[in-house]
Every structure is written in structure tokens, then in C-alpha cells.
Design a protein around this ligand. Structure first.
Ligand code: URP
Ligand code: ZN
Ligand code: ZN
Length: 460
């Protein structure tokens, strides 16, 4: 099977030129002007952008959490991702405390195997680091191609690990060639504030926000950065939201330290005023919570300063009836919001068309850097000869409105309902196959493949 994409404006993290792209099988085989190749299929991309398929390295599909499961499974989640131009996701396996990493991997595989439309990988969340867990790290890296290990400094009593475990994990992961990622907020401070607010009868979604002030994140980010400095492990902070936390990373550069930072689309675009909408605010109950306008400015600037390398989603949707579990108590509202389908179009519309980031930066933070950081480059995240033909043909002019009535995510509301965006995903290719064309899926469940990842480089 071959496909010729004609006359597109090809955008990578570093380039911007008009060319044809010839695809044979799953790979890009030739890029050039006026290619006269006979192909099984041709796509006219005149006037369109062609960029690498998005990589969202922070999603939670079919995940058991807070007494329920996130509402997108591997089928609906990866399909919605493709509709939005994201061809690969990295999902999180959660170790059950007292059990092995392998048993968690088996459990996650039983839900994901054969069910994905798009390509996927896993981070392993280590919630119980002990002698036997330690022995499993090398196996995950070398045998399974799972090279990133997630830690939670919050969710006390459920997922949180202490600093002793963190140091132990960091040492092991450094030695074996992986990377440690973190949900960096201070679980004890948050636990205290939740209990205090509940005791005072303050039970609305606003108090979710007020239980996680900026200091809870900047303190934990600083502590994580220090531990990563001490252990010299490749380190990555997930869903960083605020000025205080980013300043910890900025400060660490003064001692020549490098810590990778991911923010998520919601922290760039939405702010904490949404929690003032009474219980409707539950749509945006997530951890960390939305912040202030000044934090949005810091994050956009951080992207352009090279301090923030990745824009993900932390996609973790719950249907409204599940959010209602916390109607009388904000601490029971399942944390998370839907965004897997909207990330690329929102980032293009709000970032590129409004002059906040360049087109090359858009590609870098939505695809290329995640591929580099998590050990998949140049197979994924770029347009190059020999790379997987994961491509988005994007109409930069078409305007449309985001709505739960038209999205493909398995959730009955949109966190961005009514947002008008400029730019639309038109055709999405995944490993040389047209996966989505003008809103219609062209592949079947099971086409999505587990991607084994390589060892981690400390620099990208
Ligand atoms: O609110 C969130 N973020 N839900 C998913 C779990 C996590 O902390 O990433
Ligand atoms: Zn988190
Ligand atoms: Zn998350």
C-alpha cells in the first residue's frame, strides 16, 4: 500500500516547506518536490498543513480511580484522539499497593490489548516501592519497553509514595536507563486542607481548588527537583500548572540541572473562576486544579523559554452522573476532565493563530518532544524518511465549534463547550493508513499497536 500526499506545507519542530510525501507501507519513504510516483492513493494537501501526528503522553483510559473508572476506554479514547489529530497516547498503569508491577501490567493489558484504534504505550505508576518492586524495574525497561516510572506525591492513602521510596526508585531507574515522572503536589498539606474545609462544612467544588493552593504544588515540585538533582535521574514533572512550580524548575537551571516539564492544555486556557459556577464547577475538578491568569501567562512564556517541553491533556473523563458522586462533598468528585480530542485544535487555535507560539513550537510541544523524552524518536513525532507515517493533514482556515454533541469522547459534556476554534483536522494517517478522513474513521479497533520504547536520554 502506498500513499502520495501532494503539495502540503510540511511542518516539523524545525522545518517549514512545501513538498510531497510518499509513503510505502507504514513508513515515509520519500519527501520532495513534484514527486512523480504512482501511488495506490493520493491526497491533495494544497493549502493545508501537514504535521506529525500528535503524541499525548498523559492520558487515563479505562482507569480505576476514586471508586469508578474513567469513562473513555481504549477503544473510544484512542478513536477520539485520532479524530483530534493525536495518533499516539501514553497511558498510566497503576500498581496496587502490596502487589507487583507485573500484575498491574497484566491487568492493564487485559483492558487495552486488541482494543486500540491509535498507537499507545504505558507509563508504570509505582505506588509501592520496595525490594521486590525494585527488581522489576529492569525487566520493564528491557523486556517490556516501558521506560518511564510515574510517582504521586499526592493522593494520600491511595497512590502517594514517601520521599524514601522516591529516592530508592530514582536510584534504580537512573541505573537501569529510565525516567521518573511525578505528580508533584504535597499530599499531606492537601489532606489537611481537605479535612479542614470539610469540618467547616465547605463542600462545594470551589473547595477542591482551595484545598490545593499554589504552594502545595511549588513545594512538591521543588522537593522533587532536589531529589532528582541528588540522584541524577532523568526527571519529568507532569501537569505542571503554576508560576511557583515552574520557578522551581527555572531556579534549578542555575545549578545546570535539567528537569522536563509537561503542562496540559487546560492550564493554558482555563482558569479557576470556573469553580465559582456552583456544582457545574465539578466539570473542571482535577488535580492540580485550574489556576490564575498569571499562571497561564507563565506557562505560555515557559513554553517559549524552553522550560516547558510538552503540552498534554491528563485526559481522565467522567460522565456527569459520576461527577455527581461528589455533589455533597467535593472530595468525592472523581478528578479529571475530557480533552484528548481537543488538544491539538485548541493549541493550534489559541496558541498559533493568536501568536503565542510558532508553528514549529506547536509541533515540538504536541508531538516531537514527547517522542524524544520518552524514547521513541525518530520513529514517532517527526516527518522524516524512515519515520512512521503518522501524519495530520490540517486545514488552517476552517472554523468550528467544540461541543459534546459532536465529539467522539465517551462523556456527556465538554469542558470546552461552545469554544470556536480556527483550524480543523482533516485527514489523519497512522503508520501509513488513513485512520480518519473528514470526520469518518477508516480503520478498525485493534489497528493501534503497543509501542515499545527505548532507553531514555537525559538530553533531547
Ligand atoms: O485530576 C486528575 N489529574 N486526574 C487523573 C489523575 C492524575 O492525577 O493525573
Ligand atoms: Zn496527576
Ligand atoms: Zn494524570
Amino acid at each position: 500500500m502506498s500513499i502520495l500526499i501532494k503539495n502540503g506545507r510540511v511542518i516539523t519542530a524545525s522545518d517549514d516547506y512545501i513538498a510531497d510525501i510518499f509513503i510505502e507501507g507504514e513508513k515515509i519513504s520519500t519527501i520532495g518536490k513534484n514527486l512523480n510516483f504512482v501511488a495506490d492513493e493520493a491526497i491533495d494537501a494544497s493549502g493545508k498543513l501537514v504535521f506529525p501526528g500528535g503524541i499525548d503522553p498523559h492520558v487515563h483510559l479505562d482507569m480505576p480511580f476514586m471508586g469508578t473508572f474513567s469513562s473513555d476506554n481504549y477503544e473510544s479514547g484512542t478513536l477520539a484522539a485520532l479524530h483530534g489529530g493525536t495518533t499516539m497516547v501514553i497511558d498510566f498503569i497503576l500498581q496496587t499497593q502490596g502487589k507487583s508491577l507485573k500484575s498491574a501490567l497484566d491487568e492493564w493489558r487485559s483492558r487495552s490489548d486488541g482494543n486500540c484504534y491509535g498507537d499507545y504505550s504505558f507509563h508504570m505508576a509505582v505506588t509501592d516501592f520496595n525490594d521486590s518492586t525494585q527488581k522489576e524495574i529492569i525487566e520493564l525497561i528491557n523486556k517490556e519497553g516501558i521506560t518511564s516510572f510515574k510517582t504521586f506525591m499526592a493522593y494520600k492513602g491511595a497512590l502517594m509514595i514517601d520521599d524514601r521510596q522516591m529516592i530508592g526508585l530514582m536510584n534504580e531507574v537512573r541505573d537501569k536507563g529510565g525516567i521518573v515522572t511525578v505528580h508533584a503536589t504535597n499530599g499531606d498539606m492537601i489532606d489537611f486542607l481537605i479535612a479542614k474545609h470539610k469540618a467547616e462544612g465547605k463542600l462545594s467544588p470551589l473547595y477542591h481548588y482551595l484545598s490545593q493552593p499554589e504552594i502545595t504544588e511549588s513545594e512538591a515540585a521543588g522537593r522533587f527537583v532536589d531529589m532528582a538533582y541528588y540522584t541524577d535521574v532523568p526527571a519529568y514533572i507532569v501537569h505542571l500548572t503554576c508560576e511557583g512550580a515552574l520557578n522551581q524548575v527555572r531556579e534549578a537551571t542555575e545549578r545546570n540541572q535539567k528537569v522536563f516539564v509537561e503542562t496540559c492544555i487546560q492550564y493554558l486556557l482555563l482558569d479557576a473562576s470556573l469553580y465559582e459556577k456552583d456544582f457545574e464547577g465539578a466539570k473542571w475538578v482535577m488535580s492540580p486544579p485550574l489556576r490564575q491568569k498569571k499562571d497561564q501567562e507563565t506557562l505560555w512564556a515557559g513554553i517559549n523559554q524552553g522550560l516547558v517541553q510538552v503540552v498534554g491533556t491528563d485526559h481522565c473523563p467522567f460522565e456527569w452522573k459520576k461527577k455527581l458522586m461528589g455533589e455533597k462533598d467535593f472530595s468525592k468528585i472523581p478528578n479529571g476532565h475530557p480533552a484528548i480530542e481537543n488538544r491539538m485544535e485548541l493549541l493550534y487555535s489559541e496558541g498559533v493563530t493568536k501568536g503565542k507560539i510558532s508553528l514549529n513550537k506547536f509541533v515540538e510541544v504536541s508531538s516531537t518532544n514527547a517522542s524524544k523524552i520518552f524514547g521513541m524518536f525518530p520513529q514517532k513525532g517527526t516527518i522524516g524518511i524512515g519515520s512512521d507515517a503518522d501524519l495530520v493533514v490540517f486545514d488552517p482556515e476552517t472554523r468550528h465549534v467544540i461541543s459534546h454533541k459532536t465529539h467522539h469522547m465517551n462523556v456527556d459534556y465538554s469542558a470546552y463547550e461552545g469554544w470556536e476554534v480556527k483550524g480543523k483536522v482533516e485527514t489523519v494517517l497512522l503508520r501509513g493508513k488513513i485512520a480518519v478522513d473528514k470526520g469518518k474513521e477508516k480503520i478498525s479497533k485493534g489497528y493501534g499497536k503497543f509501542i515499545r520504547r527505548g532507553k531514555i536520554n537525559k538530553v533531547i
